[in-house]
Ligand binder design. Structure first.
Ligand SMILES: Cc1ncc(COP(=O)(O)O)c(C=O)c1O
Length: 421
């Protein structure tokens, strides 16, 4: 009897992605930064474009601050979204900026952030980049002994005592990261077992060794795994501090908090991360390293959900029963949504028709970009309101690793605009 009821019941519509459900809507239109989407498109003047919601970034920082309390300083990893207006906005909200290239460093230096609050991490820093960082007074996070020698040489040449921290590749890996960046052999950081020798050399070479940085991985949604990594990192840092030439003043525990991209993803339990960090600081770090400022640095978590990528339908066609919406953007701007930025199994980012939010009827549609490759797929066979030419198809969760993580020159289409609204 029960089975019969189940068989004849009307199929229930899949629950909308939490990111879609959370979006403000007025009538038919999604609001971005409080502005109806078609109005925003008119204001920008061209499609496609990325729009970043200033208030959502502000709110996200406030949530993180509440969860972290006063014991931990918050940095922004500029690589997640280096748009100068976004970096400027965040510079007023966070305690530090983390950069990964000379270009990002110059963007950060153009804000009103004190250079002392800018750190430069990442492998393959050239002698010129290191010289610029030392001249600027930025903290250089050393990824190798070669970088250490370059920093010391730049300091001698410029007559400056360079400020450094060692980025450590720990002897453990962290599970749950979409992208793992520590443990085992790595191009990132100095292997933990090599750190004591490097510290000894830096001490004699006259660098100002402030402390340590460990970045375990990106896009982790599991608060318990994040907490475990932070505990293990704190133990490691406290052990390495015994070899430091002076008191440790800087401990950067990384971050890697993820955001929900796919229907089964659940938002990270921020309160739990904050609670566990407070314990790590109070019980592990502060007693052993009383002068240390503890930092975490977040990129994606601060900006990812505040960004939308807005495209326009330029063609609509049915091929052997499948409906295609061809838009004027694509993987050359938003590579991650096409599934080609390191995903093993391609899944759909949340996508909607931003000017047809009140439509009751949906159809199955496949959204493709304007590049001549089957890789240029923005949404594969998803339920959407029936969209026509000129409608606006929006990809959500596009605020981090979007435009600057995409092959913009591929096929020579124009670059999209970016706006902070
Ligand atoms: C050293 C470092 N810090 C911060 C980040 C930012 O990570 P996320 O955007 O996941 O917060 C990365 C990402 O690769 C990184 O390599």
């Amino acid at each position: 009897m029960t089975a019969q009821v189940a068989e004849t019941a009307a199929p229930t519509a899949p629950a909308p992605h939490p990111a879609v459900a959370a979006l403000p809507v007025a009538g038919d239109e999604v609001l971005v930064g409080g502005v109806p989407l078609t109005r925003l498109a008119a204001r920008v003047g061209s499609t496609p474009f990325f729009a970043y919601d200033r208030q959502r970034i502000t709110d996200r920082v406030a949530e993180v601050r509440t969860a972290l309390g006063d014991a931990v300083r918050l940095g922004y990893a500029v690589k997640a979204n280096p748009m100068p207006a976004v970096v400027q906005h965040l510079s007023g909200l966070v305690d530090a900026l983390d950069v990964a290239s000379a270009h990002e460093m110059h963007t950060a230096l153009d804000t009103d952030t004190d250079p002392e609050r800018i750190s430069f991490a990442g492998p393959g820093k050239t002698p010129q980049e290191i010289r610029s960082a030392v001249a600027a007074g930025v903290l250089v996070e050393l990824e190798s002994a070669t970088e250490a020698r370059r920093v010391v040489a730049a300091g001698e040449e410029l007559g400056i005592v360079p400020r450094v921290a060692i980025r450590v590749n720990p002897d453990f890996a962290v599970r749950g990261s979409g992208m793992r960046m520590s443990g085992g052999p790595q191009q990132f950081g100095v292997d933990a077992e090599q750190v004591p020798d490097l510290l000894a050399w830096l001490g004699t070479a006259g660098a100002d060794v402030t402390g340590f940085h460990v970045f375990a991985g990106s896009q982790n949604l599991d608060a318990e795994l994040i907490a475990g990594a932070q505990r293990a990192t704190a133990d490691l840092v406290v052990a390495l501090a015994e070899h430091a030439p002076g008191p440790v003043r800087y401990v950067n525990l990384g971050g890697g908090l993820g955001i929900p991209y796919f229907p089964k993803d659940r938002p990270v339990d921020l309160a739990r991360v904050g609670e566990s960090l407070a314990t790590v600081v109070a019980e592990q770090i502060a007693p052993a390293l009383p002068e240390a400022d503890v930092h975490i640095e977040l990129g994606r978590y601060l900006v990812g959900e505040a960004g939308t990528y807005v495209t326009r339908v330029v063609d609509r066609k049915v091929s052997r029963g499948r409906t295609y919406l061809v838009v004027d953007g694509g993987m050359h701007h938003q590579l991650a949504a096409s599934g080609n930025l390191g995903q093993v199994i391609r899944r759909n980012y949340p996508v909607l028709v931003g000017n047809r939010m009140a439509a009751a009827e949906t159809e199955q549609a496949t959204v493709v970009g304007c590049l001549c490759t089957p890789l240029d797929l923005l949404a594969d066979d998803v339920p959407l309101p029936r969209a026509d030419l000129d409608d606006l198809v929006v990809v959500l969760q596009a605020g981090a690793y979007g435009l600057t993580a995409s092959p913009t020159a591929f096929l020579g289409h124009p670059a999209p605009a970016e706006v902070l609204v």
